[in-house]
Ligand binder design. Structure first.
Ligand SMILES: *Cc1c(COP(=O)(O)O)cnc(C)c1O
Length: 498
């Protein structure tokens, strides 16, 4: 393909993408396909001779696109939303036309410096402490692929910091703390590093958030046994229910034991709400700003920026460099040696890195603080509408306190004779079975998508709102479908007479 052919194919691609977005809400959210479907419609080896691009583009529309689940669909309520904005798409397009693996300053000066600037803009957007700013010269932030990578990097840095300060402690004695609601990234980081992990309980009574007393008891037990907890992954907005660990109590506890425990905050989804001052107390921002060693949120979830774009800030960049700097001679540069520029390769696991800051810059300029706030508040309002519908329903109940734009609910019908919810008389197992059946029905639909979770043994369904184009009518629609499927489940499971 030469430049003029690229121009033509490029115009056509943008036209096709626009048509796709115009048409999106008429498409099923999920494709009707079975595992292995795609290999059957593709040749089993690459072509001997190169093919005409028009053929390839046509096949993308014929074979690939219809086999996708459409995350930006207005009726996608599963997992968490993944952001999709045109500004970010254009940012990725431009970035891929300067395909620099910007691992150090000299390799791509503007890519490094734009990343330094947008990370500071973001820290200010989320009201993080000035300690985390790149311009502080001490702390700083970098873009990462995912929250899992961010957590792994934080745990690697925490381990190296702890080992530097306590050189005699064997790795077998070191423990990562997570909670029963922490995303699997905590356990995965421990698995990768070969360190023990202890899961602290976040109870139903505490709305699935970790309390200071639970942490204090675990610390005492482990320290008495000669173990060394060195990092705690705290969560603001858990994946299951959007729960928030009581970071204020956690910080008080960590300060009182004074044992060099790194506090990483995983706010992969909910962190974006820090753009709105009304959520600062809810998220324990003051305690985070006072004490947390690292903080992560994903722009690619709720932050208007297409996958991938996770953020990681640390209060001291030296911790990352100490843990991850292995500079061979061929990577040394005058600027790196002089310490006048950040070499981001020491802030993540790989060497090469994408030019992610460009799309972030586009998004931040196009939306501004106001755009972020408007989006968060709009989605929270839509969830409030859903919550009102659930609360007025004789079929459904909320299982956890709704969190921002996430609600967790289940089928728990009111008994028409006693006027009481069936959970008062039915066994926990029976209600779980009922809800598994409800979720099965909902998942067999292609016009909406909701995912399930289990909260300390209670099976429930999640509704996560966050597509750019979800409106009130889509909330009404999904609620109506949930009610219809609930009635059908009650009949099929013989909880109701036909
Ligand atoms: C989604 C989510 C993650 C995982 O995010 P990735 O970027 O896919 O690794 C981690 N923690 C929380 C709380 C999440 O909601």
């Amino acid at each position: 393909m030469d430049i003029e052919q690229f121009r033509k194919a490029g115009y056509q691609a943008i036209d096709n993408i626009c048509d796709h977005f115009y048409n999106l809400q008429n498409l099923p959210v999920r494709p009707d396909v079975e595992p292995g479907f795609l290999a059957k419609s593709l040749p089993d080896a690459p072509p001997e001779k190169g093919e005409d691009f028009q053929l390839i583009a046509d096949d993308y529309h014929k074979v690939i696109l219809p086999g996708m689940t459409y995350w930006p669909h207005p009726s996608f309520f599963g997992y968490f939303p993944t952001a999709c904005t045109f500004e970010a798409i254009l940012g990725d397009l431009y970035a891929s036309s300067v395909p620099n693996p910007g691992f150090n300053w000299a390799a791509s000066p503007a890519a490094t410096e734009l990343e330094m600037v947008v990370m500071d803009w973001l820290a200010k957007l989320f009201h993080l402490s000035p300690d985390f700013l790149n311009s502080s010269g001490i702390g700083g932030g970098a873009l990462q692929t995912t929250a899992s990578d961010s957590a792994l990097i934080a745990v690697v840095a925490a381990r190296s910091k702890y080992q530097k300060n306590h050189p005699d402690i064997p790795i077998e004695k070191m423990i990562v703390y997570v909670t029963s609601q922490t995303h699997s990234l905590g356990a995965k980081a421990a698995l990768v590093l070969g360190v023990q992990v202890r899961t602290l309980e976040a109870t139903t009574e505490d709305d699935f958030g970790l309390r200071g007393a639970t942490l204090a008891a675990a610390l005492k037990e482990d320290i008495d046994m000669g173990l060394h907890p060195f990092v705690l992954v705290g969560t603001v907005g858990t994946t299951s229910s959007g729960a928030v660990d009581n970071i204020t109590e956690i910080v008080q506890t960590l300060k009182s034991v004074d044992r060099d425990v790194w506090l990483h905050i995983d706010a992969a989804w909910a962190g974006i709400a820090l753009s709105c001052p009304e959520y600062h107390d809810w998220a324990h921002l003051k305690a985070i700003n006072e004490y947390a060693h690292s903080f992560c949120t994903n722009l690619h979830k709720w932050g208007l920026t297409n996958f991938d774009a996770s953020t990681l800030w640390v209060r001291n960049r030296r911790w990352l460099n100490d843990a991850l700097d292995v500079t061979p001679e061929f990577l040394r540069t005058a600027q790196g040696d002089a310490g006048t520029a950040i070499d981001y390769r020491n802030w993540h696991l790989a060497l090469g890195r994408k030019f992610r800051s460009l799309k972030v810059w586009f998004v931040l300029r196009a939306y501004g603080t106001e755009g972020f706030q408007k989006m968060v508040r709009r989605h929270v309002n839509l969830n409030e509408k859903f919550i009102d519908l659930v609360k007025s329903s004789n079929l459904l109940t909320l299982v956890a306190t709704p969190s921002l734009s996430l609600s967790v609910f289940r089928l728990d019908p009111v008994d028409t004779t006693s006027g009481e919810r069936r959970s008062r008389s039915a066994t926990a197992d029976a209600l779980n079975t009922l809800n598994v059946q409800l979720h099965k029905r909902l998942s067999s639909r292609s016009d909406v998508w909701l995912t399930q979770t289990s909260l300390n043994g209670t099976f429930c369904v999640r509704l996560a709102i966050g597509s750019t184009n979800t409106e009130e009518k889509h909330i009404d629609h999904v609620f109506k479908l949930i009610c219809e499927e609930s009635e059908a489940t009650l009949k099929a499971e013989k909880w109701l007479k036909d």
